[in-house]
Ligand binder design. Structure first.
Ligand code: DON
Length: 304
């Protein structure tokens, strides 16, 4: 299938689409991103690449990193991990505090902020040099040694990170954070600050489209069972309180970030990234979702 032509056609179809979304403003540095940027990249498991628009421009991957930190922590902790974080959709905003009190400090899933902070705590406990070891893991997955944190974005988020600090403190009070809260939260903000292009990110996620094995170099990154589970959590929790809507419209496991990126994987077929910084009220890319809906409908390539 010639996805390049399909991307062009869908983009033309969406030319009259009025995007009333707004760039994330609660992380001051993210407000500087040009709102009308738009990029798409698809990597097939056969090694083909297709792209459109600003697909070679770096953006802040934000919460998309939570899939990669989960993969690393799951590999280290195995099923012990699920004692500290659940696998249920939260039905609440990604940064909500309310549920965590009722659930006694056990986050519903690893993709809401509370869950990703617990995963960060696991990595702080288990990795010798968390910051270096984690970025090395991402470089290994992407086959790209240039991938890095963005200190400007991380510092900006740290300067306003009151809500994440509250989540971390609350979980510490319930005994679900082992390390110093400042260390954990700083590491979490660093993870979210990683910058990648659509093409780098699609390449990085290809192992999840191929049952845990990188189809390009043959490296088994995680077992097929873990890949199945991570995709299942993406399907149910990857877009927070819009996961149902996303499943209904797009029909693929996906993960969004407030930088405007959305990654989807179609097991056995492809990984794909769409980047469009204007977000809807739930913090997910407006046009990104719309584009993916058109794409899976047109190509009849949802998992359902
Ligand atoms: O912790 C935060 O709020 C951000 N660093 C990440 C949130 C995010 O990307 C939610 N995604 N849609």
């Amino acid at each position: 299938m010639n996805y390049n032509t399909i991307f062009t056609d869908i983009n033309a179809k969406l030319s009259s689409y009025k995007d009333d979304g707004a760039v994330a403003s609660y992380i001051p540095e993210l407000q500087r991103v040009l709102p009308n940027k738009f990029g798409v990249h698809l990597c097939s498991v056969e090694g083909m690449n297709y792209h459109f628009g600003d697909s070679e421009e770096k953006f802040s991957i934000q919460s998309i990193v939570k899939v990669l930190s989960l993969a690393m922590a799951f590999e280290i902790e195995e099923d012990k991990l699920w004692k500290r974080v659940g696998v249920e959709p939260s039905g609440n905003p990604f940064n909500s505090l309310v549920q965590l009190e009722y659930d006694e400090g056990i986050p519903r899933n690893p993709f809401i902020n509370a869950g990703a902070i617990v995963i960060s705590d696991v990595l702080v406990s288990k990795l010798e040099n968390p910051r270096e070891d984690f970025v090395e893991f991402v470089r290994h997955l992407s086959g790209n040694n240039q991938i890095d944190y963005c200190d400007r974005i991380a510092q900006s988020e740290k300067s306003k990170g009151y809500r994440n600090a509250a989540l971390c403190n609350l979980m510490k009070s319930f005994g679900n954070i082992e390390n110093n809260i400042h260390e954990v939260i700083d590491f979490y903000f660093d993870l979210c600050s990683i910058e990648m292009t659509c093409s780098e990110l699609a390449r990085t996620f290809l192992f999840l489209a191929n049952y845990g094995k990188d189809p390009i170099n043959g490296n088994q990154i995680i077992s097929s069972s873990k890949s199945k589970r991570i995709n299942a959590v993406m399907q149910l929790c990857g877009l927070y309180d819009e996961a149902g809507e996303f499943s209904f419209k797009v029909g693929l496991p996906g993960k969004s970030g407030v930088g405007g990126g959305i990654v989807v994987v179609h097991p056995g077929k492809y990984s794909m990234v769409v980047w469009s910084p204007r977000l809807n009220k739930k913090g997910n890319s407006n046009k990104g979702m719309r584009f993916l809906e058109e794409f899976t409908s047109y190509t009849e390539s949802s998992i359902f």
